[in-house]
Design a protein around this ligand. Structure first.
Ligand code: FES
Length: 339
């Protein structure tokens, strides 16, 4: 989603491996300077099988006139992360000015920050800023192992930051309820990581009766509660069907057979791509943050940009309507609503 962001060409200054399967890219903005706050992200144009697509990346702290991002090489990559990994110093790429939907509020007595894997990228700047301002911060960083903990050296030893590391097998021992219970009244929680971690933390936060807006999160669009499986999607309105490969979305698969689904963010946030589910032979793995837990449990709608079936077949209403007779407006796709 580009909103009012400016789009321009920039140039890779350096590329290096910052942790297992995480690559750091430093990007020169060609004389432009966009000061950005912790939690900001940019969109980048990538090439996937010759098609131009967009990916969003959180910004790490960087000198003025540069961006710095961390890119995870995804097992289920559609090709976007492979493209980003192919970039080297001197390559040019189209980027946007920063936007921020994960802003850090600076007026709280205490913070709990939880990062899973490459979810460290938006919170490195938060940790530095909170430390600089003398705030109290509990910082939990979970990754497969220590070698996979990218940018660790940038958050270790920060004053006021109580950093605790959790390797893969220990993630289950993060006691979210206890961590939240120990926080001062008015504290905020920031989390960026895979869906299972976010889900566990979100449940604990809701159970704690703390204000919901004080839980602030960002997720990876390709992260679900179940393994990523191939499945079949049927567009009931057109009768057309497609196989959704492990590395593509329902929207991509249906586009291949000529069925368009309206979308915007493609990150499971805006709900524009939400479609009614008419039938499903397997569980729906809701990977969005748009629907509430209750709506996900109902399973009557899903976000076609990120959510998937765990194998089997799902029949959806894509909102496609044949052209109406002249003078009669065609019915449009039902707008999605949260809550
Ligand atoms: S396009 Fe925004 S939630 Fe799918």
């Amino acid at each position: 989603m580009r909103g009012k962001a400016e789009v321009f060409m920039a140039q890779v200054v350096s590329a290096r491996e910052a942790g297992t399967a995480i690559r750091e890219l430093v990007i020169d903005l060609g004389g432009r300077v966009y000061p950005y706050q912790p939690g900001a992200h940019i969109d980048v144009d990538v090439l996937v099988e010759g098609r131009q697509e967009t990916r969003s990346y959180s910004l790490l702290p960087a000198p003025g006139g540069q961006y710095r991002i961390g890119v995870k090489l995804s097992d289920t990559s559609k090709g976007g992360s492979r493209y980003m990994w192919s970039l080297k110093a001197g390559d040019r790429l189209r980027v946007t000015s920063p936007e921020n939907r994960f802003e850090l509020q600076m007026d709280r007595p205490e913070y709990l920050v939880i990062a899973g894997g490459v979810g460290i990228t938006p919170v490195v700047g938060m940790a530095r800023e909170l430390s600089r301002r003398g705030a109290r911060m509990q910082f939990l960083y979970a990754a497969r192992n220590r070698a996979a903990m990218a940018f660790l050296d940038e958050v270790e030893g920060l004053a006021g930051v109580n950093l605790r590391l959790f390797e893969d097998a220990e993630v289950a021992f993060i006691d979210a309820a206890a961590e939240i219970a120990a926080l001062s009244p008015g504290a905020q929680l920031y989390i960026c990581g895979p869906m299972p971690l976010l889900d566990a933390v979100r449940r604990a936060w809701v159970a704690s009766d703390r204000p919901l807006p004080d839980l602030r999160y960002e997720i990876f669009g390709d992260s679900g509660l179940h393994p990523t499986e191939e499945f079949e999607v049927v567009s009931a309105d057109t009768g057309l069907s497609a196989t959704v490969a492990r590395n593509e979305s329902i929207i991509d698969a249906l586009a291949r057979v000529g069925v368009d689904v309206i979308s915007d963010c493609r990150r499971g946030e805006c709900g524009l791509c939400a479609v009614p589910v008419l039938e499903a032979t397997a569980e729906i793995d809701h990977r969005d943050v748009f629907f509430s837990d209750a709506q996900k449990a109902e399973g009557t709608r899903m976000c076609a940009c990120v959510s998937r079936a765990v194998g089997g077949r799902v029949v959806i209403d894509t909102g496609f309507r044949a052209a109406a007779p002249e003078g009669v407006p065609a019915r449009e796709a039902e707008p999605a609503t949260a809550g």
